[in-house]
Design a protein around this ligand. Structure first.
Ligand SMILES: Cc1ncc(COP(=O)(O)O)c(C=O)c1O
Length: 437
């Protein structure tokens, strides 16, 4: 008689619950109605309100909304002075949108490895890639775990580099007890629907640096140039801006504002439930929890771990995830870690050729495919371990812990299944989450 649900046994998590909060806060419906009735459906006061409140929330001098997180990264890099031919050190273990904007700015991404502990770039993995052409380090606080800002900041200072951060996963995360300590010189947040402060689409750039803020305004917000201080060198661009239009839709800003108001509350529930699950399964030999650096305060925007096949009799990642999913665990494989091999960057098989549609003239001197052993290992073994649990209670989380233990307790049965069904390589489409159905 099979015990594992994978072989027809009883499922551990029987009810497939919705653990996330509704994407639109209750307070937002009337705000949106007001926006629609007022006719402020392009330039609207709600955008300024979101910027003021988000800057106060993070603790930076400036915040600037953009149409999405990708454009916020593009603007942050441009505003930090990244230009044609500059090298920017980036992770490959991230979503494509971290790195694409480097190419859009005609700069050159230089892929560095991440640590197996934090899944993030570290001072040690970045340092070997610094050259005379390096202009900036582009960090991602992946899954909500902050990078080690002290050591990376010290390295950047030593070499005169800017630190730009992709905070798409890091709304409310802290370093040294402060939310603004994860920003670096400029940070880009995403407000896309799957994030913890969604607006549907949208992004926000934050910075303390007046020059960076004004350059970002000049790049994509021509209508605001008149509002810069009279001594701003960007006033002369008021007719044209910098050639882009980076305005958020006011309805998206309103949705994000409502979600900002409940962000701390939902983060507290997510973090408490994630900590419970980790406490209950941390002794299992086949998982390694994502580790946060000292002084950091993560947010569980995504709850990823690393699978260790050796701890489960060599069972493949795919069989392990299938067994969890059959028990009712919402889990998934990871689509990160392949950017350094992608046609956009290698040129192989790309209709655009090397360096993408912009025919980046600076690309040729680089050999973008590097060996990134930790990144490659994580691409095959990092897995989404649990949902956000924003509505879950202790009992729900306990069932998840039971499911993990059940898989461990039935390793013989699992090994037999793996021998006939196991897939050696997980081929996913490069998406952040690939749920196992
Ligand atoms: C790590 C990371 N960076 C950047 C982005 C891009 O944000 P957006 O989709 O808002 O453009 C996302 C998510 O989509 C992301 O997960």
């Amino acid at each position: 008689m099979c015990k594992l649900a994978l072989g027809g046994g009883e499922k551990t998590v029987k009810e497939s619950k919705e653990y996330g909060v509704p994407l639109v806060a209750e307070e937002t419906y009337s705000v949106i109605e007001e926006i629609l009735r007022s006719g402020q459906i392009s330039v609207a006061s709600v955008t300024g309100q979101l910027e003021r409140e988000f800057a106060a929330y993070v603790g930076t001098r400036y915040a600037l909304c953009t149409p999405n997180g990708t454009t916020a990264i593009q603007a942050a890099l441009f505003a930090a002075g990244v230009g044609p031919g500059d090298e920017v050190i980036v992770p490959s273990f991230t979503f494509w949108a971290t790195v694409g904007p480097v190419v859009v700015n005609n700069a050159v991404p230089v892929f560095a490895d991440v640590s197996l502990d934090g899944h993030n770039l570290t001072a040690e993995t970045i340092a070997p890639h610094i050259t005379k052409k390096t202009k900036a380090i582009l960090l991602v606080h992946v899954w909500g775990v902050p990078c080690d800002m002290d050591s990376i900041g010290a390295l950047a200072k030593k070499h005169g580099l800017k630190v730009v951060t992709d905070c798409a996963h890091a709304h409310g995360a802290k370093y040294g007890g402060k939310k603004n300590a994860i920003v670096g010189d400029a940070a880009a947040f995403s407000l896309q629907a799957s994030k913890t402060m969604p607006g549907g689409e949208g992004g926000i750039l934050v910075t303390d640096d007046r020059e960076i803020y004004e350059r970002a305004v000049a790049l994509g917000h021509y209508e605001r140039l008149g509002g810069l201080p009279p001594d701003s060198s960007y006033n002369s661009l008021s007719l044209t801006g910098g050639g882009y239009k980076h305005r958020i839709h006011p309805v998206a800003a309103a949705i994000a504002l409502g979600n900002l108001h409940r962000l701390d509350a939902s983060t507290a529930i997510r973090n408490a439930n994630a900590a419970r699950l980790e406490e209950w399964i941390r002794d299992l030999d086949f998982i390694v929890l994502q580790k946060s650096p000292p002084k950091s305060g993560r947010t569980y925007s995504y709850h990823y771990m690393r699978y260790l096949p050796d701890g489960l009799n060599g069972v493949s990642t795919s069989t392990f995830l299938k067994a969890l999913a059959a028990e009712g665990v919402l889990c998934g494989s990871c689509g990160y870690g392949r950017l350094h091999t992608a046609p956009l960057y290698t040129g192989e098989g790309s209709p655009f050729g090397k360096a993408g549609p912009f025919k980046n003239p600076y690309w040729e001197r680089y050999a973008p495919t590097r060996e990134l052993p930790n990144t490659e290992l994580l691409a095959q073994t990092a897995f989404l371990a649990a949902p956000r649990f924003e509505y879950a209670d202790e009992k729900d989380v306990e069932l998840y812990a039971k499911a993990y233990r059940k898989v461990r307790d039935n390793v013989k049965e699992l090994t037999a299944y793996d021998k006939s069904h196991g897939e050696a390589f997980i081929d996913n489409a490069g998406r952040s989450i690939n749920y196992v159905k």
